[in-house]
Design a protein around this ligand. Sequence first.
Ligand code: DP6
Length: 379
Amino acid sequence: MKTVTMVAPVNIAVIKYWGKRDEELILPINDSISGTLSTDFMCAKTTIQASPQFKENKFWLNGKEQNFDSPRLDSCLKEVKRRASPSCPILNWKIAICSENNFPTAAGLASSAAGYACLVAALAKLYKIEGDISSIARRGSGSACRSIYGGWVQWIKGDRPTGEDSIAIQLAPVAHWPEMRVLILVVNDERKKYSSTSGMKKSVETSDLLKYRASECVPKRVEAMKEAIFRKDFESFAKITMEDSNQFHAICLDTFPPCVYMNDTSHSISDVVHTYNECKSSNRVAYTFDAGPNACIYLLESETEEFLSVINYVFPPSSNTGYLKGLQVRQKPINKELEMMFQEKKHRPGALKYIIHTKIGDGPRMVEDSLLNDAGLPK
Ligand code: DP6
């Protein structure tokens, strides 16, 4: 019997991936760039066990048994086995997979990126795959390829129809910009939205703006974003991040029928960020929104106490316990000057469910505590 357990991070794009040129291989129409988040507060954890005793393959996700015949799982597994050495002794053993997220999936936070990165990293360890595995994780979920590396990561779209050049590369490690912090503002919203997969398919089919973004805007923006990250130029980083998020959501509205991911609270958060930046006469804080209403805020450590004082003022918690999860900071009241700017923008308590405060972190790593017992069943 052989067992591997890994944890893998979530990543948040600052230049978004939206649109495939090949649905099956998951090949994108444009490059994207993201920051990988620390696994301390948000991660997927996966145990894979291979045994000659197992009669069939099994898969549990967040405590529930899943159908093993998923095309994306199958695609990852096939590619891993194709890359394994034919003499690998466990290649024909059946496997048990058990995976869970340490953050609530009900919050609508993207979990597929961390999940598939973790699955592929664990499979690669199990079958001793050498070299880049981001192109395998990509087959599970496009954005998962960026979670294979820590720090700042670019997914190069590639040109070949076979997809072997559609890979993620690390632009800079965590230590390059250690002051960077991330706030996930979890918006209280239960409505079901379209998945990224079906949303981007519809965008490719119907949005002219998507074609323009991919050919004209993203190539320039990718270069400018790389430069901003290399120089640790937060002002430019913030501007490009917000512009790209806004253009991505403009494409969602240009899709027919439209994909509406941001809600009124999301738009209020964007307004708070712009007002805050105006007060400071520079871009101190940047928002970005994925395919849902939650906001992801990038900011430097020096800004966190003050910006959180504004968020706590504009979006008061419905109860004070557990509102700020993750890294803790000194809670200070909003200052008079900022209070004047924001008093008209106050929301009812509970518009935000909670906040996760985290930072940039490393890629997948092996851990000891297995999620499966020796019989291959969840503990
Ligand atoms: C809005 O990677 O979830 O988060 O490849 O179909 O699984 P599939 O889509 P997915 O899309 C993520 C889209 C995004 C932007 C991004 O992360 O770049």
